[in-house]
Design a protein around this ligand. Structure first.
Ligand SMILES: [Zn+2]
Length: 257
């Protein structure tokens, strides 16, 4: 899972602004180094969910995804992939289409025409998708699908969960909205289905992720994937413990439930 690719340290030039978002953005040269390392080490070329769905891509397909819908999908990431004959998945926050630093309708249409998979990253990028009510989740998935299929002229069947806030309900809503591939931020290679929707984990690339680590993950090496899984689960556990502490503190303060 990649996000934006920028020139130098112009992190706000593409995608969401701010220091938190910048943690996931790579410089252009760094991104090129990632792709070279992946090309050197991965077992096969990266494929798309469309090929993946056909079942003819081998046991360990490699998929490259780009979240948020920043303009660098068009200006940097897609051209770099295409120079190698590769295609990616670009997940667009549809409420930002045409906004400064984000993709325009024309650019989205062109990416689709050039063989990339254009998918939804929700309509508004809610801070905590898994905390939204079911109707709100459904609205996020449906509205974004409508915007994208209006642009590309085809059904939108792939999506990624904003902020990595995944829950089974998030997948149920995506399934009901007609998506067939939902990418999470859960660092796992195993797949599962929720209804007709295939739920696919991802490994996150951050600014300090080296090309060697990205390539090792792409090659299916266990150590870097385990490291991400351990960190991810520790983060989740901290949240859960924090939540429980909050509930206990609240109970102590106001009494009862
Ligand atoms: Zn995002």
């Amino acid at each position: 899972m990649y996000h934006d690719v920028v020139e130098g340290d112009a992190y706000d030039a593409s995608g969401f602004a701010g220091a938190d978002a910048a943690l996931y953005k790579l410089g252009r040269e760094e991104f090129e180094a990632h792709l070279s390392a992946i090309a050197a080490r991965a077992v096969g070329r990266p494929v798309t969910v469309e090929e993946f769905g056909g079942g003819a891509v081998g046991a360990r397909p490699l998929l490259l995804t780009f979240d948020d819908g920043g303009v660098s999908a068009y200006t940097h990431a897609a051209p770099a992939l295409e120079r190698r004959g590769w295609r990616g998945h670009f997940f667009v926050t549809t409420g930002r289409v045409g906004a400064p630093a984000f993709l325009s309708r024309e650019q989205i249409k062109e990416l689709d025409g050039r063989g990339h998979v254009v998918g939804s990253h929700s309509a508004t990028h809610p801070a905590r998708m898994a905390r939204c009510g079911y109707d709100e989740m459904l609205r996020e998935w449906r509205t974004s699908a409508e915007v994208l299929s209006d642009i590309t002229g085809r059904a939108v069947t792939a999506a990624s969960v904003p902020g990595g806030y995944y829950s089974r309900r998030v997948a149920e809503a995506a399934n009901e909205a007609g998506y067939r591939h939902l990418f999470t931020s859960e660092p796992r290679a195993g797949l599962h289905r929720v209804g007709d929707c295939l739920v696919i984990g991802r490994y996150t690339v951050q600014r300090w992720t080296t090309p060697q680590v990205a390539a090792a993950i792409a090659a299916g090496r266990l150590a870097p994937r385990l490291r991400q899984a351990v960190l991810w689960n520790a983060k989740k556990a901290t949240k859960a413990v924090g939540g429980e502490f909050y509930l206990r503190a609240r109970k102590a303060l106001i009494g009862g439930g």
